[in-house]
Ligand binder design. Sequence first.
Ligand code: AKG
Length: 314
Amino acid sequence: MHRTRTRFAARVNRFATGLERRGVVATYEFHDRLLANRQSRRRFSHQPPALDEVQQGVLERLRSEGYASLPFSELVADREVWRELEADAAEFVGATEAGLANEREGGESQLRRRAGKEFVVRKYSWGIPLALDDPWLRLGINARLLDLANAYLEMWAKLEYVDLWYTPPAGADERRSSQRWHRDFNDRHLLKAFIYLVDVDAETGPFEYVPRSAPGGELDALWPWRPLGENYPPEDEFADRTDGRSVTFTAPKGTIIFCNTSGFHRGGFATRKPRALATLTWDSPASLKALSERNYVYTPNGSTLSEAQRYALA
Ligand SMILES: O=C(O)CCC(=O)C(=O)O
């Protein structure tokens, strides 16, 4: 039932009637103000995480600018975590490049892509069963990241999305969908992490962000975030009104960028070099009730988890 409703929500931006939209918006606002998020805020305030200096620094930058980036190794000191992620990423990149070569030779595609954003090859895409033997799912509930997400959202977050993306160079193509400036419509309480799995320069499709454009920021009135709002502004007008304020994340492999993507962002316009990254999204329970759908199905395998970790996956 929940899946049916959220699948509907994912499509609603394009197809819904006014009445349907009003229903989704009302459900979201109700859960944000009164029900699901209120309970989640209470849980957080009863057991607030203790952040160390590195996490505290990230949190402060997120609160003031809407983004923060740092080397992954500064946040997660355990080298074994990165070693395992890197090995898994290398496998994904190798399989993707072999799959793309096969497509070029006219073979049947084995690669996962999503309609509307075909320029990205995904490791998981939608509906994938994931257990905690998956290093990326484990990363999404790793206390170094989850405590930060919960502290930023000031509630216990839900881990909504886990995936690896490979973007082949587009050559002379135009920017499309998320390569253009937009706000994510998923939630106003939103945190994403992008982990670069290759060095990213101007030709690799860097992530870009307009600081202070998330709800509560100085630029939040610029085509403001609304549940199911108009999230892609006209490009020319956008450039005039933001006037060079965006930040471009050209950065080495192993950089992690945290960002509230209900603020304006774009990326993945790889012109000459392929980009590979991992991405995680944490959002609020209200979002899952009305606006978002998880891309994975969690299959518990008996691991011992904290309450906040169980909540993130439930
Ligand atoms: O691929 C990127 O750099 C941007 C992705 C994006 O727009 C999103 O995840 O909402």
